[in-house]
Design a binder for this molecule. Sequence first.
Ligand SMILES: N[C@@H](CCC(=O)N[C@@H](CS)C(=O)NCC(=O)O)C(=O)O
Length: 222
Amino acid sequence: MLLLQFSTSHYCRKARLGLGYKQINYKCENLTPGLHILRLRAMTGLKTLPVLLPQIEGQRSVIPDSTEILKFLENYQTEPSFLLPDYEQQTQAWMLEDWLDESVGTATRFVYYQFRAGEGKEIDPSVLSQIVISVVRQQYGINQASVGLAKNRLATAFSELSIRWEKNNYLVGNRLSVADIAAAALLSPLALIPEYRQGYPWLFERLVQVHELCHEPLPPGL
Ligand SMILES: N[C@@H](CCC(=O)N[C@@H](CS)C(=O)NCC(=O)O)C(=O)O
């Protein structure tokens, strides 16, 4: 299988966690932000990564979107499963996965790129990195006001996640699910931000555990 990705994208990390948990052999191809659209437009009709190319006869040839990739992987190889045996719990896990994708993952992006443009500039002060950060900030409308709203959404998210993750190893049920994979990936950029790293130690403990279960190298900062 071939995963088309941006190496630093938290949504691409989510796909890698899924592949790693199932211990499926795959390769990554890193695309260049901006130029990626030329490659993707005809292939998926979307402009976002990750995209998985299974390269297996009898299987779909192109799977865009991290959630669709997790679903494909579960159908392709059922064990170890990241679905839960209990229907109600599994429904809850997919609902959390969708919330983490659509709300929390985008809030993380806002807070992370604000940090990288300011206090976190020294993480990579190169001109190229600063250009990428500035393009992303423009593309998504990242500014003081929108970051303030994103921080509020993250605070709400941490209240919900702490109820589950502080007491249990897993967000839902007794084993790893798509909810844990989504949370571990989509919150991972916050590991570089001292305010979050120091304020939510339980969160980063869980992030490390999920990465270990998924045989994925830890994100920067952990
Ligand atoms: N819901 C999508 C979101 C993916 C996403 O936002 N990817 C970003 C990278 S983190 C992207 O490809 N952005 C490029 C663009 O929008 O042009 C998924 O889960 O795959």
